[in-house]
Design a protein around this ligand. Structure first.
Ligand code: ACM
Length: 482
């Protein structure tokens, strides 16, 4: 095996010549771009801990013994070039590309580089040239913080994993029947009354706006966009506890700590409903620098077809009025969508309708990309209504041919949802995510022609020591030669 980089880069060439060796004289050179300088500081923090070297970050032009991060104005998207010689490591690209390239550099160093304690290692990087860019612009995962609540620190641990595998979207499922997880200042009861339960009856919780902003900033530093989801008109029991006037019966429901779906709904025929949604979307849009607000739209079984369509079209207008684009689960394809709206494919029955409306798709086919499904019948955590999903099942599909009538042009990318009915902490999330999240990352990043399961399974096996240093839980799938 030439390397163990995941996701596999577009092109990889081993050069003649000696490797680069990090030592006590090594430095990081960053130039004047503020984002590149921040990436350089983050790399320095990682390298200092395990090597014990000073690793200064400098703006000057030392070129020997240096890791040189250089913004290239001719680069676009997230592309980067990485070139290693005995004298230097050079990473050039856009600021986001340089951050992606730094993840490649991490993976070219020995796994012990991830240690948070000083170790006596030999810190070499093989002499290589890499040219790299992603296949898809949207490479994401979703964390369901509604069924079980996850702390800010746990969400950051999840973001760290996304960053290591060059994912660039974290979709946060912030509201469902079991809990409302984001403070809305104009509607304080939503979080105060709707946030205090979760599946199984635990205390739940919610993010204050300051905490949410902290998550957004942490993700942004890693070139990851947060896509907040408020699921509606269904999956709204927690909101209706706080605002019973929004249910057609006007009767406040009881808190819900089970796992059934499809039974709750906002009343679509009341102006109060849209006034509340307007307040929520306005505040979320102000807190979220990314382009997208996700409004759910899935599994509504208690409204008529006409009521559902009218509701989605009004909510789409609200999102756009607040300067954002709408994302919805594929059911929103039944409504008239704007060409800037995205539909998230998950079960295939409405995705073609969304395309006909001119929307593009995020591919999350539940039998392939739902990372909360069990690996096998014996997996203790997770569900199995969509499929049992081993690592090879996540790897061996092509988003551009998965569904008849959907082509590469119709797709912005891929996303692996992690629903949390059975997941009570981030350790449990990691068990289901690893090693399937890196498999999905390669589906989203690497050209289809350069993907090969036999290669992936060997490369990802080499990551286990890295996960051990990072304290990341994972499933020892028998498909991987650990
Ligand atoms: C979904 O899994 N209900 C989108």
């Amino acid at each position: 095996m030439a390397h163990s980089i995941v996701p596999a880069p577009v092109s990889f060439t081993r050069n003649e010549g000696e490797p680069f060796t990090l030592d006590s004289t090594s430095s990081i050179v960053v130039g004047t771009d503020a984002e590149v300088a921040r990436t350089g500081e983050m790399l320095a923090v990682l390298l200092r801990a395990s090597t014990g070297y000073a690793i200064p970050v400098r703006a000057d032009s030392v070129t020997t013994g240096a890791i040189i991060l250089r913004a290239n104005p001719a680069a676009s998207g997230e592309e980067y070039q990485l070139r290693v010689t005995r004298d230097s490591v050079r990473i050039a690209g856009t600021p986001s590309g340089i951050f992606r390239g730094v993840q490649t550099l991490r993976q070219l160093l020995p796994p012990a580089i991830e240690s948070h304690m000083k170790l006596n290692g030999t810190w070499t990087v093989p002499a290589v040239t890499i040219e790299d860019r992603p296949r898809f612009a949207w490479r994401g995962s979703m964390l369901d913080v509604a069924r079980h609540f996850f702390t800010v620190d746990e969400v950051k641990q999840f973001i760290d994993l996304l960053a290591l595998y060059k994912l660039n979207v974290l979709h946060l499922h912030l509201a469902d029947d079991q809990g409302w997880r984001i403070e809305i200042k104009s509607r304080p009861r939503l979080a105060e009354m709707g946030g205090v339960t979760q599946v199984g009856g635990g205390p739940g919780g919610f993010y204050t706006q300051a905490e949410y902003a902290d998550i957004v900033r942490y993700a942004q530093e890693r070139f990851i966009s947060i896509v907040p989801e408020i699921d509606m008109p269904g999956h709204t029991n927690a909101a209706l506890i706080a605002h019973p006037e929004l249910s057609c019966s006007r009767i406040a429901p009881a808190p819900y700590t089970g796992t059934e779906v499809g039974w709750s709904a906002f009343c679509p025929n009341k102006e109060e409903t849209y006034a509340l949604i307007d307040d929520v979307i306005r505040e979320l849009a102000a807190l979220t620098p990314g382009r997208y607000i996700h409004v759910g739209g899935d599994e509504v079984e208690v409204l008529t077809h006409e009521e559902y369509i009218r509701f989605i079209e009004r909510v789409q207008d609200i999102v756009v009025r607040h300067g954002k684009e709408m994302v919805g689960w594929e059911e929103v394809g039944k409504a008239r969508l704007r060409p800037t709206t995205l539909a998230q494919q998950w079960k295939s029955d409405s995705a073609l309708l969304a395309l006909k409306s001119g929307a593009k798709l995020i591919m999350s086919p539940s039998p392939r990309a739902y990372l909360d499904m069990k690996y096998t019948d014996a997996t203790e955590l997770g569900l199995k209504w969509a499929a049992l999903i081993e690592v090879a099942d996540v790897y061996n599909w092509d988003p551009a041919t998965y569904q008849a009538g959907v082509t590469e042009r119709d797709i912005v990318g891929v996303e692996g949802p992690i629903w949390s009915e059975t997941l009570r902490n981030i350790t449990a999330v990691q068990y289901l995510a690893m090693p399937r999240l890196p498999a999905l990352a390669e589906v989203g990043w690497t050209p289809q022609s350069a993907r090969e399961w036999e290669s992936f399974r060997v490369r990802v096996a080499a990551h286990a020591p890295r996960w051990n240093y990072l304290g990341v839980n994972y499933h020892r799938s028998p498909q991987i030669p650990w």
